[in-house]
Design a protein around this ligand. Structure first.
Ligand SMILES: Nc1ncnc2c1ncn2[C@@H]1O[C@H](COP(=O)(O)OP(=O)(O)OP(=O)(O)O)[C@@H](O)[C@H]1O
Length: 234
């Protein structure tokens, strides 16, 4: 099977600063990949290259996806933002010229809202929603367009535990049922290792790709290291 994201000697640099070099990865279609690495390791720069928002690259990056859904880490939604949650989720359907939705589109919006546990809040103004509710609305909006590649940048960071698990379960379900490929950028290694089939690990200008088994041992190692750090800091 052809990989959905393939790179050959791929690199990213901002002027003199080399963020990534000689990246050789091959993400198979239909898998759930955790994207890991410390702050500033280059995770966001890499996914921006995938969606064509970062041109400061060298080498080869091949993308074999038709529709890519990207949920960025931050989005500026102020309190006076006028749309309600359902309207926001449906935004891709009415690009300013059409204010109504057909039945099929309404159903797609409804099912995305249900998946993200937002049906009860569909009429709530997005500007007045909590951080976690907004984050779930962003994911729902990305799901409506039925992407074959979904990229989530720390989408669980502001959620309570129950909604973290719920979001991961919903995405996992779509991955299995609809052959969705998922790239999930996160610092929550333990949580994501229960859902991922593999990982990309960004460290010191390089990226390594690993299997689910390697992810488990990486999680153990990191958790152990973290525990040791905590002991040291006492
Ligand atoms: N447009 C830019 N111009 C110059 N430097 C940049 C730009 N974008 C990112 N960088 C730098 O590139 C490095 C990688 O940043 P990036 O945001 O990709 O990291 P990250 O792994 O996503 O980090 P985090 O976990 O904090 O989100 C950082 O040192 C950052 O300061």
């Amino acid at each position: 099977m052809m990989g959905i994201i393939q790179t050959k000697d791929f690199g990213i640099r901002y002027g003199e600063k080399i963020v990534l070099s000689h990246a050789n990865i091959d993400v198979p279609a239909g898998r759930f990949f955790a994207v890991l690495g410390e702050n500033g390791a280059g995770k966001t720069s890499f996914v921006k290259s995938i969606i064509g928002e970062n041109q400061q690259t060298e080498g080869d990056l091949q993308l074999n996806a038709t529709r890519v859904g990207f949920v960025p880490q931050f989005r500026d939604i102020t309190r006076d933002y006028p749309l309600n949650i359902a309207e926001f989720v449906a935004l891709n359907y009415n690009k300013g010229w059409r204010l109504w939705l057909n039945t099929q589109e309404k159903m797609a919006v409804q099912s995305a809202l249900e998946l993200m546990d937002l049906s009860d809040m569909r009429d709530k103004r997005l500007g007045l929603a909590s951080g976690g509710q907004k984050q779930r609305a962003f994911v729902a909006q990305a799901l409506v367009q039925k992407p074959d590649l979904l990229i989530l940048d720390e989408s669980t960071a502001s959620l309570d535990h129950e909604h973290k698990v719920q979001l991961l379960q919903a995405v996992k379900q779509l991955q299995k049922q609809q052959q969705l490929t998922v790239l999930f950028i996160t610092h929550e290694l333990e949580l994501v290792s229960q859902f991922a089939d593999g990982y990309l690990f960004f460290e010191k200008g390089h990226v390594t790709q690993g299997t689910v088994d390697e992810l488990q041992s990486l999680t153990m190692k990191m958790t152990h290291r973290h525990a040791l750090d905590e002991v040291r800091h006492v």
